[in-house]
Design a protein around this ligand. Structure first.
Ligand code: ADP
Length: 241
């Protein structure tokens, strides 16, 4: 089954700026798609469109269900989103409330919420963090809390925007290990091309709001001309020298 199917997606900001033009692609269930391209390519806008958070034209279907203004909330229930900046996502007084946010809407009972909060914190190695405030946590811990919040939704599709940005090398490795363990379809927008090599099964290169190339990570990332012309770089491990 296709987890995501996008056809002729276009998005123009109210200012008139065209950010996505004629984007079409699909992703099979349980695959991991790396979305790469220079700053301003439209990656974040595309991710937000997949969650029904932008008023695009064209069609986006998630697990066979076409997203409309009416059912966006329902379709979004199957999606977990890890934002680029944890502070955009963590704003409640306690970690418990940050993770519980939205679970009631998914139909969870109070008991179920408590269980999911505990289990998801445990999955990211933050047992007992329920009563803390995310504001007093380190950046690495905040990143893990945003992942716990996404996991608590038990989503079939997880979307990550720059998940390893600003993590120290140890935190990055740890976080990537957690991402790898998650059994779901994943879409990851990132400049971390080593992450793409390690975690992704499919890659889309986008630039100027258009799809420039799609294919397997090794094929695309070893293509020097493709990388350079899109302000990317061939990762060290794929270089000849
Ligand atoms: P990426 O995630 O690839 O860096 P974005 O999706 O964030 O790209 O941005 C794509 C383009 O949309 C950029 O050129 C950016 O300046 C523009 N953009 C982002 N937000 C707005 C906005 N609110 N109004 C107008 N243009 C915007």
């Amino acid at each position: 089954m296709k987890a995501v199917e996008v056809s002729r997606l276009n998005y123009t900001y109210p200012s008139g700026r065209v950010v996505l033009s004629d984007i079409s692609f699909s992703l099979e269930e349980n695959r991991t798609l790396g979305l790469i391209g220079p700053n301003g390519a439209g990656k974040t806008t595309l991710l937000l469109s997949l969650c029904g958070l932008m008023e695009f034209t064209g069609t986006v279907s998630v697990f066979g269900e076409p997203m409309t203004l009416k059912n966006a909330r329902q379709v979004r229930a199957r999606i977990g989103f890890v934002f680029q900046n944890p502070d955009d996502q963590l704003f409640m007084p306690t970690v418990r409330e940050d993770i519980a946010f939205g679970l009631k809407e998914l139909g969870c009972t109070a008991e179920e919420v408590t269980t999911r909060v505990r289990q998801s914190l445990s999955a990211v190695g933050l047992e007992g963090f329920e009563d803390r405030s995310a504001h007093h946590c380190s950046f690495g811990e905040k990143r893990k809390i945003t992942l716990a919040a996404a996991l608590a939704r038990r989503s079939d599709l997880l979307i990550f925007d720059e998940p390893t940005r600003e993590l120290d090398p140890g935190g990055r490795r740890e976080f990537m290990g957690m991402m790898r363990e998650i059994k779901a379809t994943k879409i990851i927008a990132t400049h971390d091309l080593d992450l793409v090599l390690e975690l992704c099964t499919d890659v889309l290169v986008i630039n100027g709001g258009q799809i420039i190339a799609r294919g397997g990570p090794k094929d695309l990332l070893s293509n020097r001309d493709l990388m350079i012309s899109n302000r990317l770089e061939v990762p060290y491990r794929l270089r000849d020298t």
